[in-house]
Design a protein around this ligand. Structure first.
Ligand code: ATP
Length: 376
C-alpha cells in the first residue's frame, strides 16, 4: 500500500508554498511537498540546493519567509523545536563526550522530566534497538564511528518523535559501513513505524533507503517519485544526469505521435544518428523541437557483429576505453565524430569466445523502448 498513490490519504507533513530568503538570497522558492506517515523520504540534491534549510524549517530551527508547514493537518508556524513531534539527528552526532552511552541516550528524557523507571526502560529499549547493549557504559571516545552514529540514532529516537529528521546521517562512515547502516536504518524505521526524512547528496543512499525521493535544484523540487521511477523515467536532463550513469545526446524531433502509428513513437535525429524511441506515454515534443535523447549504459548492448534485427537502434564505433568494475564493465565507444556512448555489460559474458578489447570496431544496439526523450 503506497499512501501517496491514494488521493484520499492525508499527508502527514505538508510544505505549502514555502519560500525561505536570507537577505536577497532565496534558498527555497515557493516549494510544495506532501510526505505521508511511515514514509522513508529523501531530499536529494547537490550542495546548496536548499535541502537542509527545508528540513530545519520542519524542525523549527528556521521559520519560512512565506508559506506554511502542516503536521497532521495542523499549522506548526511559531511552534518551538522542542514542542514539535520531530527530532533531528545531525551529521556531527553532537554526542556529549564526558557522558556514557546510556547517559547520552537518557539526556533528553531527563530534560523532559520522565520518571527514573521510564527513562531506564527506554534507554534499554534503545540500546537493544541499535544493538549497543554491551557498550552502555562506554564514552563516545571509546567507540567506533559506526557505534557513535548508533548512539546518536538511539538518542534521537528515545524521545519517540513522530518524525525523525536525518541530516546526512551516514556521511562520516566508510562505504561498507554506510551500506550496512542504510539497511539497519530501514529496519529500524519499519520496526518503529515512524516517518523518516533524510537529507543526502548521495544518490545511491537515497535510492537504497527511500520510499520516495524529492530531487532538488536551486531551491525547487524538480521531481518527486519512487527510486525506480526516478531512475527509469527521469523528467528532465537534470534528474537523469544526477541519478546514476546515463548517455545524453542532443537531438531534433523528426516526427512524434500519430504519424508513426503509435502515440508514444518518436523519431529523432541525434545530429546525424537516427534513433527511434517508443514510450508508453505521449511525447510532449513535436517535429522540429530540440530535445535530448537519453539512455542508461546498461540498456546498450555491445557486439562485434552487426545486428540482424533491423527494428533495434544501432550505432557503429570504436572501443576507446574499458572500465572494469568487477560485476560489470563499462565500454566507452567513440563515433567517427568523436561523440562517446557508454555501454555497461555484466561480466558473466566475459566467458564468450572473443572478448571485446581496445580498438575493436563494435555495434551498439538498444531496443526502442529503452531510451528516453527529455524535453527539459
Ligand atoms: P549542503 O548539502 O551543502 O548542506 P543544502 O542543499 O543542504 O546543502 P542549505 O544548507 O539548505 O543547502 O543551503 C541552501 C542555501 O542557503 C545555500 O546557498 C546556503 O549558503 C544558504 N544559507 C543557508 N543558511 C543560511 C543562513 N543562515 N544565512 C545565509 N544563507 C544561508
Amino acid at each position: 500500500f503506497a499512501p501517496w498513490t491514494d488521493p484520499a490519504a492525508t499527508p502527514f507533513i505538508r510544505f505549502e508554498n514555502i519560500t525561505k530568503k536570507y537577505g536577497n538570497f532565496t534558498a527555497v522558492s515557493n516549494l510544495s511537498l506532501d510526505i505521508y506517515e511511515r514514509e522513508f523520504f529523501s531530499l536529494l540534491g547537490p550542495s546548496g540546493c536548499g535541502k537542509t534549510t527545508l528540513m530545519r524549517m520542519l524542525a523549527g530551527f528556521e521559520e519560512p519567509t512565506e508559506g506554511r508547514i502542516l503536521l497532521q493537518g495542523q499549522d506548526i508556524s511559531g511552534v518551538p523545536p522542542y514542542r514539535r513531534p520531530t527530532n533531528m539527528m545531525f551529521q556531527s552526532y553532537a554526542l556529549f563526550p564526558h557522558m556514557t552511552v546510556e547517559k547520552n541516550i537518557a539526556f533528553g528524557l531527563e530534560q523532559d522530566r520522565l520518571s527514573k523507571g521510564e527513562i531506564e526502560a527506554r534507554v534499554q529499549e534503545m540500546l537493544k534497538l541499535v544493538k549497543l547493549e554491551e557498550f552502555a557504559r562506554r564514552k563516545p571516545g571509546q567507540l567506533s564511528g559506526g557505534q557513535r552514529q548508533r548512539v546518536a540514532l538511539a538518542r534521537s529516537l528515545a524521545k519517540r518523535p513522530k518524525v525523525l529528521l536525518l541530516d546526512e546521517p551516514l556521511g562520516a562512515l566508510d562505504r561498507k559501513l554506510r551500506e550496512e547502516t542504510q539497511f539497519e536504518l530501514m529496519d529500524i524505521q519499519h520496526t518503529l513505524g515512524l516517518t523518516f526524512l533524510i537529507v543526502t547528496h548521495d544518490q545511491e543512499e537515497a535510492m537504497t533507503v527511500s520510499d520516495r525521493i524529492a530531487v532538488m535544484d536551486k531551491g525547487v523540487i524538480v521531481q518527486v517519485a519512487t527510486p525506480a521511477e526516478i531512475y527509469e523515467a527521469p523528467n528532465s536532463r537534470y534528474v537523469a544526469d544526477f541519478i546514476g550513469d546515463i548517455n545524453i545526446m542532443e537531438a531534433t524531433v523528426v516526427s512524434a505521435g500519430s504519424g508513426n502509428g503509435s502515440p508514444g513513437a518518436v523519431s529523432l535525429d541525434c545530429d546525424g544518428l537516427a534513433v527511434a524511441v517508443a514510450a508508453d506515454q505521449e511525447c510532449p515534443a513535436s517535429a522540429g523541437d530540440r530535445v535530448a535523447f537519453a539512455i542508461r549504459p546498461e540498456k546498450v548492448r555491445i557486439s562485434l557483429d552487426q545486428p540482424a534485427d533491423t527494428s533495434v537502434n544501432a550505432a557503429y564505433g570504436e572501443v576507446w576505453d574499458i572500465g572494469y568494475l568487477g560485476d560489470f564493465s563499462v565500454f566507452l565507444v567513440s563515433f567517427a565524430d568523436g561523440r562517446i556512448i557508454r555501454a555497461a555489460q555484466a561480466n558473466v559474458s566475459r566467458l564468450v569466445d572473443r572478448p571485446i578489447t581496445f580498438g575493436d570496431m563494435v555495434w551498439l544496439t538498444w531496443p526502442r523502448d529503452a531510451g528516453l526523450v527529455l524535453t527539459r
